[in-house]
Design a binder for this molecule. Structure first.
Ligand SMILES: Nc1ncnc2c1ncn2[C@@H]1O[C@H](COP(=O)(O)OP(=O)(O)O)[C@@H](O)[C@H]1O
Ligand SMILES: [Mg+2]
Length: 309
């Protein structure tokens, strides 16, 4: 992992201190800042390194499948359950579970996670036999869970259990000192993977990388360098070779974007939510991401609007 900024060096030292323990860690940060990478680093520097690391993407699972995926089920638990099957937690026994996008976990599953964190026990669906497991839990979120707490879509007791050791990973635009080191690291790595002639980055090209705001963080930096290197011809990546995603975004100011004439804040918020759903083709998880909300927080607003089925 590359990082020379004060923020990242602090995170590295936290990783070194928490990795050997079984403490629950909550990784907070925008998409692309390195949450997955840090979760894996914690696991690999823990006494569980040679035990399973099981990642669960809470957004990817529809609510009705999530329970059976996480906790497993017994034969006959529901129509189509022809055999019994262990869940992800059982697969991770003696190892680490990484719950990604924890803010998207529905209320029914939040209760069961709380029980796992408190008692290290659960039951498979369709069974009343209590199972005990030994798992270390790591979780990640790219939205502010406190907002979900205030809206009542995320349980407070679960939040405090998860938030034992929070690690906040700053966005790349707040640690620009890391950009030259990350860029150098990716040029080397991608040069090999792509068979590209590019060996280094010119000063002018570096200035372009430093001037950009990186909404997609380290992941976007890696993608931009890959695209730029595929198209470049020389051994040195020049400013003109740098293919950024867009022009730097204009900063939002309330002065020129105040409420449209005759609209209330509620109406305006609702029209933005409708537009996000339209752009996401009705996909609530995607719409929630566009709005910087958890899926549950969006659901809550939709129910307030009388739109949640
Ligand atoms: N500090 C870092 N050093 C090297 N590569 C990094 C670093 N942070 C992120 N990356 C790379 O950036 C990409 C996005 O990181 P990831 O951990 O998936 O972010 P997140 O889970 O926060 O969305 C990955 O390819 C990862 O390897
Ligand atoms: Mg991730």
């Amino acid at each position: 992992m590359v990082g020379h900024s004060e923020g990242m060096r602090e995170i590295f030292s936290t990783i070194t201190r928490v990795a050997p323990t079984r403490a629950t860690v909550l990784l907070c940060g925008e998409s692309g800042v390195g949450k997955d990478m840090i979760a894996r680093a914690i696991h690999h520097h823990s006494p569980r390194a040679d035990r399973p690391f099981v990642k669960i993407n809470c957004t990817a699972l529809p609510e009705n499948l999530m329970e059976s995926e996480l906790f497993g089920y017994e034969k006959g638990a529901f129509t189509g359950a022809n055999t019994s099957k262990p869940g992800k937690f059982e697969q991770a026994d003696t190892g680490t579970v990484f719950l990604d996008e924890i803010g998207d976990v529905p209320a029914s599953v939040q209760v069961k996670l709380l029980r796992i964190l408190q008692e290290r026990e659960f039951e498979r669906l369709g069974s009343n036999k209590v199972k005990h497991i030994d798992v270390r839990v790591l979780a990640a979120t790219n939205v502010d869970l406190r907002a979900a707490l205030e809206q009542g879509t995320f349980r407070e007791d679960l939040y405090y259990r998860l938030n034992v050791l929070p690690i906040n990973i700053p966005p790349l635009r707040e640690r620009k000192e890391d950009i030259p080191y990350l860029a150098g690291f990716f040029v080397k790595k991608l040069g090999k993977d792509l068979g590209s002639p590019v060996q280094s980055i010119s000063d002018a090209a570096m200035q372009r990388l430093l001037g950009y705001h990186w909404p997609g963080n380290v992941r976007e930096l890696e993608n931009v360098l890959e695209r730029s290197m595929v198209l470049a011809n020389g051994a040195i990546l020049e400013a003109g070779d740098v293919k950024l995603d867009t022009a730097p975004a204009a900063r939002f100011t309330v002065a020129d974007n105040f409420l449209p004439e005759g609209t209330t804040l509620d109406q305006y918020e609702q029209s933005i939510i409708r537009e996000a759903l339209r752009r996401a083709n009705g996909n609530k998880s995607q719409a929630a991401r566009m709005l910087g909300l958890t899926r549950n927080a969006l659901r809550y607003r939709l129910s307030q609007m009388g739109l949640e089925s």
